[in-house]
Write a protein that binds this ligand. Structure first.
Ligand code: SF4
Ligand code: SF4
Ligand code: FES
Length: 987
C-alpha cells in the first residue's frame, strides 16, 4: 500500500492504482477525463487529466500514473488548470461550439461541454476558424445509431469500447494529421464490419458524436438531456438480466442507458441491441388499453351467457390462420454483409411502408371483440373459471404463466390456480426451453439452476465449453464476456451444427450433425477415461454409480462417434483432453442441446462428462444452463410449473401441501396432490383441459406443430388471455385483459446465475391497462382466495416465508446488484457458486446416469433430405410480440429468412432473397432465402419469431419422455422453389 496526499488529504491506496483511481475511490477530487474510461485500455492521449505532483518537473497524467508512497498531488493547481484550458481550446478548434458563445453555457449538451463550461473556455466562432469541422463515417439511414463526426474530439473511447468490451472492432481511427477521423471498417458498412448494434460506442462517446436515433425522433433535446426521472429496471429480454436505467419523458421510456460500468451488475455497463434499443414496444399503437370481450357474450339474469355462434365459428375471426399465412410469398430480407456500403442501403427509406402498419395487429383481428369495463371482464373470467371447475373439476382448467412476468406475478398466478381452482395444471415456456436440463440436473444432482456465475466464466475459467448455445446472439452481453475471456487466453470449445460467431472463433469447433450430441459427449468421456484424465477423487468422494457410465461409454470410441457425428476422431480427442485438463472448465449449454425429444439424455451425457472430470464446485468451474427468458428461472423457482410449489417442493407431499394451505388460508384438501399437466401435454385432445388463462405467452406461435395447436385453442370452452397486445393467441380469446410492460411494474426477476434483481416502475400503463399484479390480486379475490397484498414487496414477503432458499430476501436488500440465492437468512450475502463440498441430495452425493446414443426421431431421407434447425436471431425475441413492435429492431430483421448453405442454394438456383418452399411431414411454408455458410450443407435454419413463416408449423411435436420437451431443433424437410407444384402433407 502507498500513503499519499491528494489536495492536502492523506489517503492510502494500492500501489497498482493510478492517481485517478485513488482519488476517485477516496471521493476527494473530480479530475476531468476524456480519453480515459473505466475498463478500457489506458491510452493517455487527451492530456486533460494532467495533475501536479510535487517534485516532478512536468504535469503527469492522473489516468496513467501509478500512485507512490509519499506522493503529494494537486489536482487543480494553476498549471493543471491552465493545461486543461489549453487542451479544451485545442479541441474546440474543430468543434461546432457557437452555441457555447450564444447562451448555451447554461445547459451544456454533453460531458465534453461540461468541462468547457467548468474551465471557462470560450470557443472561436466557427466562421472565424481556419480549420474545417471534422468529418468521419456517418451511418446514414441507420435505424438506431448514427454519427455526427463534426463533434468528435478523437478521444477513441468508441474504438476501444468496440474492440475491448464488445470484442467486435467495427470502428477505427482513419487517416492522419488534421484529417484524422473515426471510420467504420469494411468500407463504412457496419453490417459487413460485424457491428451488432450494441450501442457500446453510443454509451462511451463523451460528445454525442455517436448518437442514438430514436430519442431524437420522438423527443426534444432538453427532454433527452433532462428526463423527468431515471428509474432502474431489468431488461425484459434474455436471462443475462442486464440492469438498465429507464429515462422517462412524457410518462414514456424516452431512452435506455446502462448503469455504471463499475457496478457489480450482471452487465457491468453493457447491454445488447435489444436492451438498449428495444424499449419502444410499450408505446406501440397496438397496445391494448381496454379489456376486450368476444361479441356473443351477454349478461342475463346476473350471469354471463354465450349467445354467439357455436362450432368452428365459436372462436373464428376474419383472419388467415398461421398455416394460411405460411403459404403467402414474403418480401426478401435486407441483404446482410454482402459487400454493399450502407451508403447504398438507406434502410429507413428502403422500407416504403410505415413499420407500424406492416407489423401491427391487423384491424380485422379486433372485429370479433367489443371493449368492456374491467368489472365486466373480471366478472366473466371469474364466472367461467369457477363454472368449469364446478362442472368438470379443477383439472379441466390450466394456465400458462409467463417467464416475462415477475416472480411476484408468477407466484400469484400459481397461488390462484392451486389455491382457488385446485389444480396443478400450471406451466410456462420453460417447458420449451430448459425443462430437459432441469430433468437431467434434478436426476443427477437434485438441483434446477446454474451452479455458478457469469463473472467466474469470464474471469476464472481456463476452458469454456459451450454446447448448443449461440451466446453472442441469444445472450449477447454474456457472449461478449466470453469473447473477452477468449482474448485473455481462455480456450474455447464449441459444439454446434452451425458456425455461429463463437464457433468461428473457437479453438475447437465440434460441428456435429444435429441431435448426435450423446455420441459426441460419450466419446469425449470414453477418451478421457482411456487417458486416465477423469477426476478420480471427485468421482470417489462426491458421486455414485460411475461403473455403469464407464460401461455405457466403452463402445463409443472417437472413431465410432466420428461416423455418427461427422466430427473427426482426432478433433473429439483434442476437445476431450482440453476439457478434462482444465484446470477449471466451465460448461455452458442452451437450447441447441435441450430442445430435442431426447433432450434429457443429451444434457445427462454432458453432465456425465462434466462430473467425471470434476468440473463443478470451484470458482471457474461453473455448470451453466444459459437461461432464455429474463425470468424463466424465477418463474420456475416460485412454482409456476406443474410438479412443485416454490423452491421445487413437491405438490405430492402432504406436508408441503399443509404448509402452503396454512399460509394461503385454504383447506389443505382443496390443494391437489396430483402433479399437473405440462405445456405440451395441455394442448392435446386427451388432456381434458377445457378452460385456460394465459398470461403473457403466445403458444400459437411457440408451440410445436402450430396448425394443431391453433385448432386445439379454437375448441376450448373458455379462454382468457392477459397480455400487452392482441397476439396470435389472444385473437381466439373470450376475454382479453390488458396488462403492463416491464417499464410499468415493480417486481423481481431471476437471471441465469440465480441473481434476484429488482425492477422499478417507471411509467404508468397506458389508458385503462392495469398492472399485472393488480389484475391477479383482484382475480384471486374474486375467485374466493383471500389475497390481501397491495404491493410486490408484500408478495415477496410471503414468497420468502414459503421458500427456504429465499428466506433472507427482502426488497431493500435487493437494491443494487441483487442477491444470488440461496439466501437462507436475513444476514446471508447470497451464493455466488454452489456445490463446493456436497450436492443437495439426501446423502450429498451426485448420481451418474448412463445414456446411450439414439438417433434423432426424424432423420433426413429421400423425401425430406434436409435437416431444419430453429432458433433466435439477434434482433428478435421469441414470438416477436415485443421486438417486431420495436422500430429499430424490426428494421434490422423485418421479414422471415431461412439460412441456406451456398452450395445448396446453387443447386436450386436460389439467389439471396429468393423465395423457397420448406415442407416437413407436418406442414409447409414459404420463406425467403439468406445464403450463408453459417449452416452446413444439407441443413437450413429458420428463426421462430415470424407468424408469416412460423417455424413451428413444421416442427415435430414428439416429446421427451421425462420433460415433455418437443423436438424443436431437428426435423427433416424438403426444400423447393415456390413455383414447383406444392405437395403439402396431409395432417
Ligand atoms: S454498436 Fe457496438 S458493435 Fe457496433 S460499432 Fe458500436 S460498439 Fe461496435
Ligand atoms: S466518436 Fe466520440 S467516442 Fe469516438 S473518438 Fe469521437 S468523441 Fe471519442
Ligand atoms: S483522460 Fe488521462 S490522458 Fe485522457
Amino acid at each position: 500500500m502507498a500513503t499519499l496526499t491528494i489536495n492536502g488529504r492523506g489517503i492510502t491506496a494500492d500501489e497498482s492504482q493510478t492517481i485517478l483511481d485513488a482519488a476517485r475511490a477516496a471521493g476527494i477530487a473530480d479530475i476531468p477525463t476524456l480519453c480515459w474510461y473505466p475498463k478500457l485500455p489506458i491510452v493517455g492521449n487527451c492530456r486533460i487529466c494532467l495533475v501536479s505532483v510535487e517534485g516532478q518537473p512536468k504535469l503527469l497524467p492522473a489516468c496513467a500514473t501509478k500512485v507512490a508512497d509519499g506522493m503529494v498531488v494537486q489536482t487543480e493547481s494553476h498549471a493543471a488548470v491552465e493545461n486543461r484550458k489549453g487542451v479544451l481550446r485545442l479541441l474546440l478548434e474543430r468543434y461546432p461550439g457557437d452555441h457555447l458563445i450564444n447562451g448555451g453555457r447554461a445547459d451544456p449538451r454533453n460531458e465534453f461541454e461540461q468541462y468547457v463550461v467548468r474551465y471557462g473556455v470560450t470557443p472561436t466562432p466557427v466562421a472565424q476558424r481556419d480549420l474545417p469541422l471534422r468529418s468521419g463515417d456517418e451511418r446514414p439511414g441507420d435505424p438506431m445509431i448514427r454519427h455526427d463526426m463534426s463533434t468528435c474530439i478523437l478521444c477513441t473511447r468508441c474504438v476501444r469500447a468496440c474492440e475491448d468490451i464488445q470484442v467486435v472492432g467495427v470502428l477505427d481511427v482513419g487517416l492522419r494529421g488534421e484529417h484524422t477521423e473515426i471510420i467504420v471498417g469494411a468500407d463504412g458498412d457496419p453490417d459487413k464490419a460485424g457491428c451488432t448494434w450494441c450501442g457500446e460506442c453510443v454509451r462511451v462517446c463523451p460528445t454525442g458524436a455517436i448518437f442514438e436515433v430514436m430519442p431524437r425522433q420522438r423527443f426534444r433535446p432538453e427532454q433527452i438531456r433532462h428526463p423527468e426521472k431515471v428509474v432502474r429496471s431489468v431488461c425484459p429480454y434474455c436471462g443475462v438480466g442486464c440492469q438498465v436505467d429507464l429515462h422517462i419523458a412524457d410518462d414514456t421510456v424516452a431512452r435506455v442507458t446502462s448503469p455504471d460500468i463499475e457496478l457489480d451488475t450482471p452487465n457491468q455497463g453493457s447491454t445488447c441491441v435489444k436492451g438498449r434499443f428495444g424499449y419502444d414496444f410499450p408505446q406501440h399503437r397496438d397496445r391494448l388499453t381496454k379489456p376486450l370481450i368476444r361479441k356473443g357474450w351477454a349478461k342475463q339474469g346476473g350471469r354471463w351467457l354465450w349467445r354467439g355462434p357455436t362450432g368452428s365459428e365459436r372462436r373464428g375471426g376474419p383472419w388467415q390462420t398461421i398455416e394460411g399465412e405460411g403459404q403467402n410469398e414474403k418480401p426478401a430480407g435486407p441483404p446482410r454483409a454482402v459487400g454493399k456500403s450502407v451508403r447504398e442501403l438507406p434502410l429507413l427509406e428502403r422500407l416504403d411502408l410505415d413499420i407500424r402498419d406492416r407489423v401491427a395487429t391487423p384491424a380485422s383481428w379486433y372485429e370479433p371483440f367489443r371493449e368492456a369495463t374491467w368489472d365486466e371482464a373480471m366478472e366473466l373470467v371469474a364466472q367461467e373459471l369457477l363454472r368449469i371447475k364446478q362442472q368438470r373439476g379443477g383439472d379441466a382448467l390450466a394456465c400458462f404463466s409467463s417467464a416475462k412476468c415477475s416472480n411476484e406475478e408468477n407466484y400469484l398466478l400459481m397461488r390462484l390456480f392451486r389455491g382457488a381452482l385446485g389444480t396443478n395444471n400450471i406451466d410456462h415456456c420453460t417447458r420449451l426451453c430448459h425443462s430437459t436440463s432441469v430433468a437431467a440436473m434434478q436426476r443427477a444432482l437434485s438441483t434446477s439452476a446454474a451452479s455458478g456465475s457469469m463473472r467466474e466464466v469470464e474471469h476464472a475459467a481456463d476452458v469454456i465449453f459451450i454446447a448448443g448455445a449461440n451466446t453472442t446472439e441469444s445472450h449477447p452481453v454474456f457472449g461478449a464476456a466470453i469473447k473477452r475471456a477468449h482474448e485473455r487466453g481462455v480456450k474455447l470449445v464449441v459444439t454446434d451444427p452451425r458456425r455461429t460467431e463463437l464457433a468461428q472463433r473457437a479453438d475447437i469447433h465440434l460441428q456435429m450433425l444435429p441431435g448426435t450430441d450423446v455420441a459426441l459427449f460419450n466419446a469425449m468421456l470414453n477418451h478421457v477415461l482411456a487417458r486416465g484424465l477423469e477426476d478420480k477423487q471427485f468421482i470417489a468422494r462426491r458421486m455414485r454409480d460411475f461403473a455403469a457410465v464407464r460401461e455405457s461409454v466403452r463402445p463409443m470410441t472417437p472413431e465410432v462417434a466420428a461416423k455418427i457425428t461427422g466430427v473427426p476422431a482426432d478433433t473429439i480427442r483434442r476437445a476431450a483432453e482440453l476439457y478434462a485438463r482444465g484446470p477449471n472448465t466451465s460448461t455452458l449449454w442452451a437450447m441447441g442441446l435441450t430442445q430435442h425429444a431426447n433432450g434429457t439424455d443429451l444434457v445427462t451425457s454432458l453432465l456425465n462428462l462434466m462430473l467425471a472430470c470434476g468440473m463443478i464446485g470451484r470458482w471457474g468451474a461453473a455448470m451453466m444452463p444459459v437461461r432464455g427468458q429474463n425470468n424463466v428461472q424465477g418463474a420456475s423457482d416460485v412454482g409456476a410449473i406443474p410438479f412443485v410449489y416454490t423452491d421445487y417442493r413437491s405438490v405430492k407431499d402432504p406436508n408441503n401441501r399443509a404448509e402452503y394451505a396454512r399460509v394461503w388460508g385454504v383447506d389443505p384438501t382443496s390443494l391437489s396432490l396430483r402433479e399437473g399437466l405440462m405445456v405440451t401435454e395441455i394442448v392435446k385432445e386427451e388432456s381434458g383441459v377445457r378452460g385456460m388463462y394465459i398470461m403473457g405467452e403466445n403458444p400459437i406461435i411457440s408451440d410445436p406443430d402450430i396448425a394443431h395447436a391453433e385448432h386445439w385453442f379454437r375448441a376450448l370452452e373458455f379462454l382468457a388471455v392477459h397480455d400487452l397486445f392482441l397476439t396470435e393467441t389472444a385473437r381466439y380469446a373470450d376475454v382479453v385483459l390488458p396488462g403492463s410492460s416491464f417499464a410499468e411494474k415493480t417486481g423481481t426477476f431471476v437471471n441465469t446465475e440465480r441473481r434476484i434483481q429488482i425492477g422499478h416502475q417507471a411509467a404508468a400503463p397506458p389508458g385503462e391497462a392495469r398492472g399485472d399484479l393488480a389484475i391477479l390480486i383482484e382475480l384471486s379475490n374474486r375467485l374466493g382466495l383471500t389475497t390481501p397484498f397491495a404491493t410486490a414487496a408484500e408478495v415477496m414477503r410471503e414468497i420468502a416465508q414459503v421458500t427456504p432458499s429465499w428466506a433472507g430476501v427482502t426488497y431493500p436488500r435487493l437494491e443494487g446488484a441483487g442477491l444470488q440465492y440461496p439466501v437462507p437468512t436475513a444476514d446471508h450475502r447470497g451464493t455466488a457458486f454452489l456445490f463446493d463440498d456436497r450436492f443437495p441430495t439426501a446423502d450429498g452425493t451426485g448420481l451418474f446416469v448412463p445414456v446411450e446414443y439414439a438417433p434423432p426421431v426424424e432423420l433426413p431421407d429421400e423425401e425430406f433430405p434436409f435437416v431444419m434447425n430453429t432458433g433466435r436471431q439477434l434482433y428478435h425475441w421469441h414470438t416477436g410480440t415485443m421486438t417486431r413492435r420495436a422500430a429499430g429492431l424490426d428494421q434490422r430483421e423485418p421479414t422471415p429468412v431461412m439460412e441456406i448453405h451456398p452450395a445448396d442454394a446453387a443447386r436450386f438456383g436460389f439467389a439471396d432473397g429468393d423465395p423457397a418452399r420448406v415442407t416437413s411431414r407436418r406442414n409447409s411454408l414459404v420463406i425467403s432465402c439468406r445464403i450463408s455458410d453459417r449452416v452446413a450443407p444439407g441443413q437450413v435454419f429458420v428463426p421462430f419469431h415470424f407468424r408469416e413463416a412460423a417455424a413451428n408449423l413444421l416442427t415435430n411435436p414428439v416429446l421427451d419422455p421425462y420433460a415433455k420437451m418437443a423436438e424443436l431443433k431437428c426435423c427433416a424437410v424438403r426444400i423447393e422453389p415456390v413455383d414447383a407444384p406444392a405437395s403439402v402433407p396431409a395432417h
